[in-house]
Design a protein around this ligand. Sequence first.
Ligand SMILES: Cc1cc2nc3c(=O)[nH]c(=O)nc-3n(C[C@H](O)[C@H](O)[C@H](O)COP(=O)(O)OP(=O)(O)OC[C@H]3O[C@@H](n4cnc5c(N)ncnc54)[C@H](O)[C@@H]3O)c2cc1C
Length: 539
Amino acid sequence: MARVIFALCYLALFWTKPALASLSEDLLNIVSINLGPSSLVNQITEVSEAIDKANEKIIDLVAPTIAQRAATSCLITNLIFDQNVHTKASPNYTEDEDINWSQTCRLPAACFIHPQSTVEVAIALKVITATGTKFSIRGGGHNPNPGFGSVDSQGVLLDLQDMKIMSIDSDGTLHAGPGHRWIDLYEFSAANNRTVKGGRTIDVGVPGFILGGGMPFFPALHGLGADSVLNYEIVLANSTVVNASHDQNPELFRALKGGGSNFGIVTRFDIQTYPLLRSQYVVNLYNSSDYLNIFQATIKVQDSMELDPKIDMYVTVTPTVVVVGMFYADWVPQPPAAFDPFYQLESLVGKMVPLTNGTVTSLAVDLGANTPQYNARLRRIPTAVTTTGDVELYIQNHEHFLKILDTVEPTFAANLSYTIQPVASTTVREGNARRGNSLGLHSIPQIWWSMVVEWADKKNDLQAQQTLNALDSNLRSIANSRDELIPFQFMNDASFMQTVLDSYGSDNLARLRSVAAHYDPTAVFQELQNDGFLLHKIK
Ligand SMILES: Cc1cc2nc3c(=O)[nH]c(=O)nc-3n(C[C@H](O)[C@H](O)[C@H](O)COP(=O)(O)OP(=O)(O)OC[C@H]3O[C@@H](n4cnc5c(N)ncnc54)[C@H](O)[C@@H]3O)c2cc1C
């Protein structure tokens, strides 16, 4: 009798628990669900035996090393995608390695995988999760934190730059793949008589910019870059593809507005554009020694920004020159009186961009064309601080900046600079009017400071980091002592050492955690993703 019961139990178990599908079957399933092309089906079918053999080999190992896992991912994806996977032996490997903006991020990934479509992203991610491989995702490669849009030889890099699709609907909704840089979207939307809220630098990648919130031109008009996103197409950790919008997966939608790479790989952004915006702009250069007057002028323009959302400005301070971008969202016969405080300064030493009546697109293009030549050899690190705006704070901070500069100059060659980005309270209200984001911003006038250290020699890495830390902590302590420090840290300007998501406030952090737990229950984006502003890093 006992034998009969045992046999029945065994059979029941057998019938209710089918044998696990092989990796190649899983991959074919992904293609089928996502209506992928028959060429992909044929290719996977043709190499299915080799895929499963490679995968089983890694499963059979008692404790495969991280490098063995990465090598297996490279091997399997190479079987499927062939020349779109670049290993050290490929002719384009060095080109891939050198894409990142900062030299510190040019890392020798085990391989660079270049998916061409959403279904290929889903397939690559399935291979990565099946083999337990460390990975990073790269859009435009402009994030200067090493290991974010880059990975060393122990992991694989999913490079999305080939995923360039762009179209626009009659209602002005722009659809863009994650391989685009902002120049593409600016030119495409202008050709369609529309304006898109994109980066102030044309070659910044679309995905990283938006996932970090995105500081566009004229933020007081339509909010941040992320505020204009209507829908994200995203590949989740289990390789399913979903849309996140106000109507579908609304909590995920909100989380993606500033929550970074914690939830999946975004494969398409659907972005609201606006009627073509006329813009009058000029970028002036002032002698830094006139900083007292320059900061007085800055404060006056900031005050005007509260009254007129068409005013936009940034002030980049270097040891010798202060770069002041003055932008107005209309063509006016005379530059707006709000900018008079700058026009009255006697310390003008030149113009980076002359006074121009153009559009946001021409502004972005002119800025790009007139920015000093980009030096690809430099290593760069950033940090982000938020404060309220006050001239005394600016002066004290600058005087500390000069002292730090004095200590750096004799020891190693470095460029130190910081940018004052005034954010009017309207910017926050515009975001809220578009159903909000994850950043936890308060509707008050505020300054998003971005500080950067650039240097050339790897041997000075530690000194560079110490210098940046000094710049950051000086500003923080001055602002704190004046009760002007705001906890928020802007992800797009932040250092890997900062706990950005924590700075969004406990409610937002809890919501982000709950979205991650729901959409990525096995914590793929926390444990296998190489680095980023990840939730698991916040204690
Ligand atoms: C010269 C320069 C100018 C800048 N100007 C501005 C500006 O005007 N406004 C502003 O807000 N910021 C600006 N930034 C900051 C910039 O927006 C951030 O560094 C941003 O992260 C860069 O995005 P990316 O796609 O180019 O970078 P990447 O390094 O490719 O990616 C950045 C992060 O996003 C993740 N990621 C990329 N693609 C995806 C995806 N599809 N799905 C999920 N995660 C993904 C990456 O893993 C990485 O963690 C500037 C930076 C530089 C260097």
